[in-house]
Every structure is written in C-alpha cells, then in structure tokens.
Design a protein around this ligand. Structure first.
Ligand SMILES: NC(=O)c1ccc[n+]([C@@H]2O[C@H](COP(=O)([O-])OP(=O)(O)OC[C@H]3O[C@@H](n4cnc5c(N)ncnc54)[C@H](O)[C@@H]3O)[C@@H](O)[C@H]2O)c1
Length: 413
C-alpha cells in the first residue's frame, strides 16, 4: 500500500470483534495507514455505541448497499455473522473495494463459489483474518517444518481445548445453530484446519469425523431464555452476568431491544444443534494424516500439537488459561530421531490478542511486510479450511468418510 495515502475503509458489523480488532485497535496502531470512513451495522444503536468506543466520527449506515454508495470505501472489513459474510463481501467487491473478512470466510459451498466468482470477476483482493498463523510460536513451527528439521512430515496430532467460559460463549448466541455458523467444525475449527493446511503445505483430501453434544443444549438440567433474570442463576454453572462487563453490556444490552440479539442466551436451549465434542482424521494430498479434536467445555484453554516426521518430532503444549499461571513463553520441543537429542526452543509470547497474532497480521496487511512464511491468507485458504469443516460436519452427521471432492469445486467452471 502507498505509505502516504491512508486507505479509506468501512467497518461492517460492530459486535465485539469489529469494534475492537478492526475499529478501536486498528485506529490506535495503524492510523497512518487507514482512515475509517463508514460504520455499518443492521443495529443502529450497536453501531452508535461502537462508534463512541472507537472514538470515531464516521457516519453510520444500516446496510452495506447504503455504505458503499455513500462512503465509497477502498476497503471493506467484514465482521458480521458468518452466514452472511458472503452478502457483504460480494457487494463490496462489486463496488470496487478490497475486502478483509473475518473467519470463517463463509459457511457453505455455494457461498464459497459466489465469493470466488465475484473476486475473479472484479479483480479485487480478499484477505481472510487467520490471525493464528501470525503468533510467533506458529511462525516458529512453520519455519522448523520448512527447514526440514524432522525430515519428511508424516502426521500431525492436534488437540484444541476451549474452556467453560470461552467455549460456552458459542452456545449463548447465534453460533449455536448450524445455519448461522456451519457448526464449530466451521466457525471455530476453520482456524485450526487453516493452521493444519498451512503447516502441512497441502490440500486436505479425505475427512472422517465424529461429533457429539454432551454438555450444552438438551443436556442441561434446567433452562431459561437468558441469564439476565434467570430463576436458575444461583445454581447454574454457566450463569453469565453480562452487567458486570461494562464493555459488553454497553454494546449488547440496550441494542438487543432493537433486534432481539441477546448476548447471554441460555446455553441449555433445547434446539441447539451444534456439537461441543468433536474429532476428525484428515488425509492430505501429500499423504500426511492429521488427528484433530476440539472440546468446548474444558477446565483449561489451550492446545497441544505434535508433528511427526521421518527424522524426528516437534511437540508443543500451548497454555492459555488453566488453574495455574500462564507462562510468558511457549516451549517447543524439537526431538531428533536416532540419538539426535532434544532441543528446547523458547518462544516469548507477543503482546495483544491471540498471542500477538492480531497485531502482527495487521502490520503484514497494512504495512506490506515481506511474507517469507506465506502467512497472508487469501480466499483459497479461506475456502479450503471451510471445506475441511463442511466435510467433517457431513462425516459426523452421516457416519461415513467424506472426500472433499464430493463437495464440488471451489470455483464455477
Ligand atoms: N479472527 C478471530 O480470531 C475472531 C475472533 C472473534 C470473532 N471473529 C469473527 O468475527 C465475526 C463477528 O464476531 P462477533 O463476535 O463480533 O459477532 P457479533 O454477533 O457480536 O457481531 C456481529 C455484528 O454484525 C451485525 N450484523 C449482522 N448482519 C449484518 C449485516 N448483514 N450487515 C451489517 N451488520 C450486520 C450484528 O448486528 C452485530 O452487531 C464473526 O464472523 C466471528 O467468527 C473472529
């Protein structure tokens, strides 16, 4: 990007993610690079609250069409709910804007093709917000693999744990329904499948998966419409007092009167149709296999990953939250086969969200940094991780292995 002229951007979707990552924090760190020229949300009160938090005076619009016509942004940043990302992305591309979309890029094959068609037709650019690729530990793992430190990569063990606060949050809101989020195999695992695709450096081919709902939804001993005023507040493990969080309360409580979108919905709603316990085995084009799991109600938050190769193994257990202090660094174990010993590689955590990934991604995108590890993710990467999730969801619901090729091509011919 031209270092002298600030890129004129519109922020679409002013929930927590839009307001912080792509509003307040983007302007705080990259004001020389970007100028916020429009704020758009279907809920005008939430947009107003967000604008005050962002400390901006950009005009507010309630539809993407109005935003594009009035503000003519060069860049549109998409932070709406997953299932309507495609509407905003396609309208923005058609109006000649580039796009940064939050993950998952979208939630179905038809929508993937719709987005890719519009990108090809308009010649504009889409970036997908895969911030985990940028965390220093992920970058170190990728560089060890690229340097061939464990010979040829043969398999990956990857297990992700969401704790019973963060994990529960997906069951309080729209994410709890497949039609909105594509399930956590798409909404959440898109990050993890993207990391796998990127680390492994190949496309996934086959997926065999299982999924269960074991804690939330119909498993609950009781239920109510939402936590605020719930008669079970005292006895519920998942009671969430949003009024104790001024930021969330401002952004979501009064605005909920306009659109009925409550931020503290009951995690035990009987119609919840996503899994909270998932596992998948994936086979890649280069014969690498991966064993993956995602659990959404653990007493810990973090992940464990190991890369197995012909000449060694790389192990990492990343601690995020647990009933003991979080270390200020990660430790990667590089274990070389055939008496090659072990190397303990300390990687200090970087500041900011997602172990530093959020800041490093914004710098890469807005300051045009060199990209030797291929961290910047395009619509193809966005599509491949969504497809992995769709295949996993299909496998878990049908009980058979799914080939990604069965889902069809990511581009119309
Ligand atoms: N990269 C990451 O690590 C990360 C982290 C959190 C969230 N996210 C993603 O960011 C997105 C937003 O998440 P959130 O938690 O802020 O969600 P949210 O539901 O709190 O906010 C979404 C906002 O979009 C608005 N909206 C919905 N449809 C719209 C439309 N058609 N036009 C304009 N506005 C519309 C809603 O009114 C709401 O204010 C999601 O796709 C989520 O997956 C990514």
């Amino acid at each position: 990007m031209n270092g002298h002229e600030r890129q004129r951007y519109a922020l679409v979707g002013t929930g927590n993610r839009g307001t912080t990552m792509w509003g307040r924090d983007l302007l705080a760190g990259w004001r020389q690079e970007v100028d916020l020229v429009a704020i758009c949300d279907t809920n005008p009160l939430r947009a107003e609250r967000a604008r005050a938090m962002i400390k901006s005076n950009a005009p507010i619009y309630t539809s993407i069409e109005e935003t594009l016509a009035a503000a003519r942004p060069e860049l549109v940043i998409v932070c709406t709910r997953d299932s309507n990302h495609d509407d905003v992305i396609v309208a923005a591309l058609e109006a000649g804007a580039d796009v940064i979309t939050e993950k998952p890029m979208t939630t179905s094959m038809d929508k993937i093709r719709r987005i890719r068609d519009a990108e090809r037709r308009t010649g504009r650019r889409i970036d997908v917000s895969f911030n985990y690729r940028y965390a220093p530990t992920a970058a170190k793992l990728k560089s060890l693999l690229m340097a061939g430190e464990i010979g040829t990569l043969t398999s990956v063990d990857f297990h992700w744990y969401l704790n019973n606060q963060h994990g529960a949050d997906y069951f309080r809101r729209w994410h709890a329904y497949v039609k909105n989020s594509g399930s956590l195999f798409v909404h959440k695992a898109t990050h993890h499948f993207d990391l796998l695709n990127w680390y492994i450096g190949a496309d996934p081919v086959d997926v065999a998966a299982f999924g269960e709902l074991r804690q939330y939804g119909r498993n609950g001993p009781f239920r109510g419409p939402r936590c605020r005023d719930c008669s079970h507040a005292e006895e519920c493990d998942y009671f969430f007092d949003m009024s104790a969080d001024e930021f969330l309360d401002q952004l979501y409580e009064d605005p909920s009167e306009i659109d009925g979108y409550v931020r503290d919905g009951c995690v035990y709603r009987e119609d919840i149709d996503i899994f909270d316990t998932m596992s998948a085995t994936i086979r890649y084009q280069n014969a690498v296999t991966a064993s993956y799991s995602l659990n959404a109600f653990m007493p810990i938050e973090g992940h464990a990953i190991a890369f197995n190769g012909t000449r060694g193994r790389i192990e990492l257990r990343q601690f995020e939250k647990q009933p003991w202090p979080t270390p200020d660094h990660d430790e990667i174990l590089l274990v070389r086969s055939f008496d090659g010993g072990v190397e303990r590689i300390k990687v200090p955590h970087a500041g900011g969200g997602h172990f530093g990934g959020d800041d490093l991604m914004r710098s890469m995108i807005f300051r045009d940094g060199a990209d030797p590890l291929g961290q910047r993710a395009d619509s193809r990467a966005g599509a491949m991780s969504v497809m992995t999730g769709l295949a996993a969801l299909q496998s878990a619901t049908t009980g058979r292995m799914v080939k990604l090729s069965e889902l069809g091509e990511i581009d119309h011919p």
